[in-house]
Design a protein around this ligand. Structure first.
Ligand SMILES: *[C@@H]1O[C@H](CO)[C@@H](O)[C@H](O)[C@H]1NC(C)=O
Ligand SMILES: *[C@@H]1O[C@H](CO)[C@@H](O)[C@H](O)[C@H]1NC(C)=O
Ligand SMILES: *[C@@H]1O[C@H](CO)[C@@H](O)[C@H](O)[C@H]1NC(C)=O
Length: 351
């Protein structure tokens, strides 16, 4: 009887060991597979920029959905090659493969666009917001390993920004290494509600807080940091919200501290940008903010930059008076929330 019991115990023990070894192996191969994706999608592209300016002052990498032809053309119009050259800057667009549900663009059209401008880097993964981490890493990897500029500016194609102000700002920074600077988001939490676009399961992200990170709309970094972030991505399983993964999780792992852009640099809402622009056009009050969202208006980046260059050309704009602060003149009735997907409501006062 006792012998039989021992045998059963022994068999149970062996089974347990086998189960443990087997399950950790599955885990191991899963994480290895995921990290391998980081590596493959960072390096294996189907289309590479044809420009070869090495070690420029600035490389602008623009995350762009493959179908956003108009937005890319707006960027090229406002920031043409001559302007970029005068700043020793280059710009590329980060695209991925056309998804099956996309009916308005063909790979031939992308190739024609590339033949004309030579400024496209196209990844070997399919466009999807859940693949943005791969796209983001691909851009940082190209910039820091192939182009090797002093500074990298990462922007999204639907963001309005002024390049001259950006250039002046960066030129005055002084630091040429260890820089990761943008609009800091502190104390954000994973959305656990399935209806939210940013819904994240416990499996995808187990903790209850995100580390501080930078908004992916627009941030500035240096080549050394970009290179270390890419290297670190081979050891840390990817998380699909790209700005949190790269500027939050990876930056923390490599020990780079985040820096905030100054106040009066960043407009969080489209409505504020609209007010700022309207005042510049109608009242000749210069809009000194550098970055804001386009609220779905593809041409806003052109209108904003044209109004600014008129101001500077005619030299007859005034600074915004202290008693007419944008946030008083133009009120956005919405709790500040970077994850919300609708537009804030707006009330125009005293306009
Ligand atoms: C991400 O890209 C891969 C590789 O092309 C593709 O198989 C996958 O479907 C894409 N992910 C999503 C969520 O579409
Ligand atoms: C986040 O924290 C940093 C430094 O601790 C601070 O400078 C910044 O203003 C904070 N940002 C927000 C949006 O609260
Ligand atoms: C500024 O100059 C432009 C072009 O000369 C002119 O149309 C505009 O009325 C001027 N604005 C003011 C406030 O003087």
């Amino acid at each position: 009887m006792r012998k039989k019991f021992k045998v059963i115990l022994f068999i149970t023990f062996i089974s347990l060991c086998i189960w443990i070894i087997w399950s950790t192996n599955v885990d191991m191969s899963n994480t290895l597979l995921i990290r391998k994706n980081n590596y493959i999608f960072m390096h294996k592209n189907i289309m590479n920029p044809s420009q070869t300016t090495l070690k420029p002052f600035l490389a602008i990498i623009v995350m762009s959905y493959v179908g956003h032809v108009e937005l890319r053309s707006a960027h090229r119009r406002v920031m043409p090659a001559e302007l970029l050259k005068s700043m020793n800057a280059i710009r590329i667009f980060l695209l991925a493969k056309i998804p099956p549900n996309e009916k308005y663009i063909t790979q031939d059209a992308v190739e024609n666009e590339h033949a004309v401008y030579g400024d496209i880097l196209q990844g070997s993964f399919v466009e999807n917001y859940r693949n943005l981490t791969y796209k983001h890493l691909m851009g940082l990897n190209w910039a820091s390993n192939v182009c090797r500029p002093t500074y990298i500016l990462k922007v999204d194609d639907d963001i309005v920004f002024n390049l001259e102000s950006t250039y002046k700002f960066i030129s005055k920074l002084g630091v040429k290494e260890n820089l990761l600077m943008g609009y800091m988001l502190n104390n954000t939490k994973p959305r656990r509600n399935k209806q939210n676009k940013w819904y994240v399961t416990q499996d995808e992200y187990v903790w209850n807080d995100y580390p501080p990170y930078l908004s992916g709309w627009y941030y500035i970094t240096t080549s050394d940091v970009a290179m270390r972030l890419c290297e670190e991505s081979l050891y840390i399983p990817p998380f699909w919200i790209d700005d949190i993964y790269i500027t939050g999780i990876l930056s923390k792992a490599i020990g780079v501290s985040l820096r905030n852009v100054p106040e009066n640099y960043w407009l969080e809402y489209y409505e504020l940008l609209e007010c700022c622009l309207t005042d510049m056009i109608n009242k000749f009050i210069r809009c000194d903010f550098v970055v804001g969202p386009n609220g779905g208006r593809n041409n806003l980046i052109v209108e904003f930059n044209q109004a600014l260059s008129h101001c500077d050309q005619w030299k007859n704009c005034t600074a915004r008076p202290k008693e007419r602060l944008l946030k008083d003149v133009c009120v956005v009735n919405r709790e500040r929330n970077i994850f919300s997907d609708g537009q804030g409501e707006i009330k125009l006062l005293k306009l």
